[in-house]
Design a protein around this ligand. Structure first.
Ligand code: GUN
Length: 293
């Protein structure tokens, strides 16, 4: 069994991005600038945004963090989004999800300029992705593709099972894995809450991608011997032995599933770090106007 080391890959990507930023600077190009909008005080969101800002600092990007109280109105948030669309210094930006209940994330998403949508969530980018046109790919699926690529995992003709059908992970992942592309060409099944015999479907997977947000949901008896297991979940479970009172676990029962898998991603130290790295790659593309000219 080989661990797919997100920490190692993310450090490698960090170096590659840093070098590109140096080259850009040398040529007098624009230093990539990412903005993040964080609404409310969700601890997980705060932690994700902190790691995005830190990554920016480490690779030499500029970053702007816009923090707003949970009481912000939808219209006030939309004004911030419109300002970011118009701001020539900002190459790309994200609005961290989830948003408070009184704000419609769809309305916010539709207001984001697709050219600056480095999350790849806007229908323009999602649609272009689905058609195989140049687009900002959503960060988590893109990070997973990079893991498959850098560990040279054969995917063509394999059976891929994606567990979960969210707009930001499960659905785009299923589309990308079925496309005619390097590290795609798999036959994809999407397992969701209404799937009959979900466990039987999951057991067929040569490549299993778990993105449901339920701690240790995938147990060893659901996994085929030799499967490649990608764990997208980042779940907090109570742990009084830890100073902060909790620990992070994935959607996969790592201790037991790792005995059967050929490759597996750990949590923490797996997909989460790749998501941040992929967001930075999109921001670099935005600064270089690689997708939209
Ligand atoms: N919340 C969880 N994952 C993400 C992400 O990739 N982008 C944004 N904006 N919010 C998230």
């Amino acid at each position: 069994m080989e661990v797919i080391d997100g920490k190692f890959l993310s450090a490698q990507l960090k170096k590659e991005i840093e070098k590109e930023v140096d080259d850009l600077k040398e040529k007098g190009g624009k230093v990539p600038h990412l903005a993040a909008v964080l609404v409310g005080d969700n601890p997980a969101s705060q932690s994700y945004v902190r790691s995005k800002v830190k990554f920016c600092d480490e690779v030499g990007f500029e970053s702007t963090l816009i923090k707003k109280d949970e009481s912000i109105s939808q219209e006030e948030l939309l004004d911030i989004v419109r300002d970011l669309n118009e701001d020539p210094y900002i190459d790309g930006y994200i609005v961290q999800l989830p948003l408070p209940r009184h704000i419609d994330p769809e309305v916010v998403n539709l207001t984001i300029d697709p050219k600056k949508d480095v999350d790849g969530f806007h229908p323009m980018n999602f649609g272009r992705m689905a058609l195989g046109l140049p687009a900002y790919l959503p960060a988590t699926p893109q990070g997973i593709l990079m893991m498959l690529e850098r560990y040279d995992i054969e995917t063509s003709g394999k059976k891929c099972v994606v567990v979960g059908r969210s707009n930001i992970v499960g659905m785009p992942m299923a589309i990308l894995m079925s496309q005619k592309r390097a590290f795609g060409n798999t036959t994809v099944t999407v397992v969701h809450s209404r799937t009959k015999n979900a466990e039987e479907e999951i057991r067929q997977a040569d490549i299993l991608i778990a993105a449901i947000g339920r701690a240790n949901y995938i147990t060893a008896d659901m996994v085929k011997e030799g499967a490649v297991v990608i764990d997208v979940g980042i779940n907090r479970v109570e742990d009084p032995t830890r100073k902060r009172g909790y620990r992070l676990v994935g959607d996969v029962d790592y201790a037991n599933v790792s005995q059967k898998a050929s490759h597996i991603t750990p949590v923490p130290g797996g997909v989460g770090l790749m998501t941040v790295a992929a967001l930075m790659m999109n921001t670099l593309k935005a600064a270089k106007k690689e997708i939209y000219n």
